[in-house]
Design a protein around this ligand. Structure first.
Ligand code: GLV
Length: 671
């Protein structure tokens, strides 16, 4: 007998309602939910109605509300071009689904009444970490094309990256934006074409050239191919496809260029040699767009590339199945702070952006959402989308101070899932001898923030030598207000006027520092203890033997004095600027060694240990990378972490401040 689907469903639900597993459940369950019973997923009650379009950007609840509008307002072929992924569009979906794999781990009771989302990228401060990604041929979506988007970017003060395939020339777009752009480059296979475009962008005042490195072949855009035939307009009227030259007639950056011999606008022959050549051609910063593997990110940093954009081209270059949020952590880890990392592809919600920033990105580029926004009725369209991205979907607030380069509080949010097996174990991040070196300190904090840190410990010497003592003191103070431990160092002590014997450079630096610090900063330094203990650990700036004497722990003898002055199983100190690890057996024998960087060293519980953490802000072990440490008291492992940072900026600031040039020069050699 053929089965009636509705009848068998009723039968099945009746069976379920009779099941002992559901005993006590409301009979309404078998009939479907009674009115007023809310299903767990709000989407059941308030679905996005694609037939019920928003009338104005103000009606948008989130950025997804703009896409159905674009679907209606943009001709099908152009919409298909924008919306299409590649092949089965697995990567297109992965870009969204990737965000579900990362959960935010919010910390509470942090003052977020003032939110600062600003970010520094390549020496420029932007008020928002949302960047306008390059999208080609924007007149396909809006009559004013890139000019409309430039006006929107100006309204929200967003950095705009202009596509090579722009309908309007870089000069006009830059004028409409009213601030320097970045220029995205499709290099083609002909050097002269790339060179001419780069020169044009440079003459217009563009700050950076973002070289797309992920489009070296053809692509199968099935959504586009299916939608093109549904477009009733005469496509040939605009896209004269007779030859590449005629096809490029509406692409302003090819105007007057000799494109003979060019078969395609993409570049299938690009290698690292191209970038060397480019470096010799332009003074603009060079950014690589389309990096997805940590190996390439390291090659880019080694090649002196200024920044990278982790991108799969909005899932438009290949269907690899991997999202950019998945790729980001391995890249951040490998780059180790050597250059800013931007990310794009699939960003729609504020929480997506926060996750990327927490994982170490400096900024996030958005593309399709602002194009959809540009197609919506009313003037402020694309800028509303940027606003929606940022403000809707309960974007977590960020602490204003102690900002990571991204503007997100280091310790307010962490996207890293914590799964360390032992709930009582604490992970401690230790920093010492920061010495007013903001660049090194921020690089270390950014690095540490990728771990689920339970306790931040600052072992002193926040000032002296470097040009940003105020920033460092404020940051430490802010951490301390949230439970971090901060100790006094000898330079901090000298800054508050305590007598201290120092060499000439250090004395000059302290005199200068004292003039920079505000009353509340000096007060904070004056409030710091010389040592502190928690559990079986002792923290102190110099030797524990007599903390106020500021003795150095430099060998077995001085380590022995310190170890014998305490019962603590572990002592952590700084002061020396050279990482070292000493241990004492039950019989009192002391041995020491130079710890390897980035290796989690087990600290055997049968011995007592003294760890001299290197310096964040002025390493002296001939390795210029900043040093901090992570101690995990679950497995009792200590890791000395080395973090390369922008030494040149830190050194330049020291020179500009009129501090002894030696203090700048020594940063580069780490001595
Ligand atoms: C251009 O960059 C495109 O993906 O179509």
């Amino acid at each position: 007998m053929p089965l009636d689907q509705a009848a068998s469903r009723r039968q099945f639900l009746k069976y379920l309602s009779a099941s002992p597993l559901l005993a006590g459940a409301s009979p309404a369950f078998a009939e479907g939910p009674a009115a007023g019973v809310k299903l767990p997923d709000p989407i059941m009650w308030a679905p996005l109605r694609t037939d019920n379009l928003i009338k104005s950007p103000k009606d948008a609840i989130n950025v997804f509300d703009f896409e159905p509008v674009a679907r209606v307002n943009i001709p099908p072929a152009h919409f298909g071009y924008m919306a299409s992924g590649i092949d089965d569009e697995v990567t297109l979906r992965a870009n969204r689904e990737g965000f579900l794999k990362f959960q935010l781990r919010p910390r509470r009771l942090v003052d977020v009444s003032k939110v600062d989302m600003s970010t520094d990228i390549l020496g420029v401060k932007y008020p928002t970490p949302i960047i306008i990604a390059p999208v080609g041929g924007q007149q396909s979506f809006h009559a004013e094309g890139e000019i409309a988007v430039a006006k929107a970017a100006k309204a929200g003060n967003h950095l705009q990256i202009l596509s090579t395939s722009t309908n309007t020339g870089v000069e006009e777009v830059a004028a409409a934006r009213g601030a320097p752009l970045w220029y995205q480059l499709y290099a083609t296979n002909k050097w002269e074409v790339a060179k001419a475009m780069v020169a044009r962008a440079e003459n217009t005042g563009c700050l950076a050239i973002a070289v797309t490195v992920d489009r070296s072949g053809g692509r199968n855009q099935e959504t586009l191919f299916r939608l093109v035939p549904t477009d009733t307009r005469d496509c040939n009227a605009c896209h004269e496809r007779g030859s590449l030259a005629t096809n490029l007639k509406r692409r302003a950056m090819y105007k007057d260029l000799d494109i003979s011999g060019l078969t395609h606008t993409q570049s299938s022959n690009m290698t690292w040699d191209f970038l060397k050549r480019l470096r010799d051609t332009t003074k603009m910063k060079i950014v690589l767009k389309g990096i997805l593997a940590h190996e390439d990110a390291v090659l880019a940093a080694d090649a002196g590339i200024d920044a990278i954009i982790v991108s799969n081209h909005g899932a438009r270059s290949e269907d690899s199945g991997r999202s950019t949020i998945d790729a980001l952590p391995e890249i951040v880890e490998a780059v180790r702070g050597r250059m800013p990392i931007l990310v794009d592809s699939g960003f729609r919600r504020g929480t997506d952006i926060v996750k990327a920033l927490c994982l170490g990105a400096s900024a996030v580029c958005i593309g399709r959402p602002y194009i959809s926004g540009a197609s919506a009725p009313s003037a402020s369209r694309a800028s509303s989308v940027c606003w929606s991205c940022c403000a809707s979907s309960s974007t977590p607030p960020c602490s204003r101070s102690a900002r990571r380069p991204s503007g997100i509080s280091c310790r307010t949010w962490s996207a890293a899932p914590r799964d360390r097996g032992n709930d009582n174990a604490v992970l401690i991040a230790l920093f010492t001898d920061i010495h007013g070196n903001r660049e090194a300190f921020e690089a270390c904090l950014t690095h540490a923030q990728r771990h689920p840190i339970d306790r931040y410990v600052f072992l002193g010497d926040f000032v002296g030598y470097g040009a940003d003592p105020g920033f460092v003191v404020d940051t430490v103070k802010d951490f301390a207000a949230r439970g971090a431990l901060a100790l006094l160092g000898n330079h901090d002590s000298a800054a508050i006027g305590m007598p201290e014997r120092m060499n000439d450079e250090a004395t000059l630096a302290i005199q200068w520092t004292r003039r920079q610090l505000k009353a509340d900063q000096l007060e904070f330094l004056a409030s710091l203890p010389l040592e502190a203990e928690d559990d079986d650990r002792l923290y102190v700036h110099a030797s524990a033997a007599e903390p106020a004497a500021w003795d150095y722990v430099i060998d077995e003898h001085s380590a022995g004095r310190s170890l014998r002055a305490t019962d603590a199983a572990l002592t952590f100190c700084g002061h020396v600027h050279v990482p070292a690890l000493f241990h004492m057996t039950a019989a009192g024998t002391i041995a020491g060694f130079d710890p390897d960087a980035d290796v989690a060293m087990p600290l055997n519980a049968q011995r007592r240990w003294l760890a001299v953490i290197g310096a964040v802000g002025q390493p002296r072990d001939r390795n210029p990378a900043a040093c901090y440490a992570l101690y995990d008291d679950g497995p009792r492992t200590l890791t000395y972490v080395r973090v390369p940072y922008d030494v040149e900026s830190a050194a330049r600031k020291i020179r500009d401040a009129g501090l002894p040039p030696f203090l700048a020069a020594r940063l580069a050699v780490g001595h």
